[in-house]
Design a protein around this ligand. Structure first.
Ligand code: RET
Length: 277
């Protein structure tokens, strides 16, 4: 059947709770992130506020879609007292909601960084188009592939995965170059944070690939344990690539704002940068 791994296995109460709990943490964290980004808007100069707005949009779409995912999990599986397991009831569960969330968030996350980088105005739309387009293409290919995770995990899933890797490498190379160039012109603290963002980006975005290949891992790949494992990996990747990434980009924007003479309460210490930078 073309459906997700979860539907092909049954869960012990512990496994059911582990998945349901981490899905709950997932959307709760994004709602918390939503509050944080709304409240911290004032910590950046007006020219960087569109970047914070993008974090707000990312948080809201992720929180709602992850909530939908959590509800879908709860609806799909029912407790069977006979076997003492959670088994598929009248509905099925779809991991696909994740990918639909990525379709919104991936292009936003990739182009959001442009606000704190110095990119010539005439190049801006070109980069938006390349990164946003390649990001969306990667998600669509991955989305199609994930339908094959039960019928043909190593064949079809792998091929869609390889296809998705091409746009992934393309936009990662551009992102790496643009953010790398920024290390020479960003003021002290902003450059330090940008260095962290680059490695966070590499780590967290690659974690999605690790989660994606879990169903391919031989016998283990098709078990309830594998379903638990990949849900945790996806959630960790979500928190790192959206919430922590957004917080760090905000730090870069605050450091730039202060270096440019904008007064931010509580961040006066960043002013030293101006002298160094
Ligand atoms: C897939 C398929 C296998 C190949 C590659 C993939 C990459 C996925 C990535 C997803 C990032 C998602 C983010 C979501 C935020 O909401 C599709 C798993 C390369 C990098 C950042």
């Amino acid at each position: 059947m073309l459906w997700n791994l979860e539907n092909a296995v049954s869960f012990s109460p512990l496994q059911f709770d582990l998945i349901s709990n981490v899905l709950t943490i997932g959307y709760a964290a994004h709602f918390a992130g939503l509050a944080y980004f709304i409240l911290s808007r004032k910590n950046v100069a007006p020219r960087y506020r569109a970047m914070t707005s993008m974090s707000v949009v990312v948080m809201l779409s992720a929180a709602l879609l992850l909530l939908r995912l959590d509800l879908s999990f709860g609806e799909a599986f029912v407790y069977d007292p006979q076997t003492q397991m959670y088994v598929l009831g009248e509905a099925t569960y779809s991991h696909g909601y994740r990918y639909l969330n990525w379709l919104i968030d991936v292009p936003l996350l990739l182009t959001q960084s442009f606000f704190v980088l110095n990119i010539a105005k005439r190049d801006l739309w070109g980069y938006r188009f390349k990164l946003g387009g390649a990001g969306a293409l990667m998600v669509v290919l991955g989305y199609v592939g994930q339908f094959y995770e039960v019928v043909d995990p190593l064949g079809a899933l792998l091929w869609w995965g390889i296809a998705a890797t091409i746009p992934f490498i393309y936009f990662t190379a551009i992102f790496w170059r643009l953010t790398g160039e920024s290390l020479s012109y960003l003021p002290g603290q902003a450059a330090t944070t940008m260095r962290q963002i680059r490695y966070l980006f590499l780590f967290s975005w690659n974690l999605y690939i690790v989660a994606y290949v879990v169903p391919m891992l031989g016998d283990f790949g098709q078990t309830a344990e594998a379903a638990v494992t990949r849900t945790y990996l996806f959630t960790i990747a979500d928190v790192l690539s959206k919430i922590i990434y957004g917080i760090l980009l905000g730090k870069v924007a605050t450091a730039r704002s202060v270096a440019e003479g904008f007064e931010v309460d509580g961040y006066e210490w960043l002013k030293d940068d101006e002298l160094k930078g």
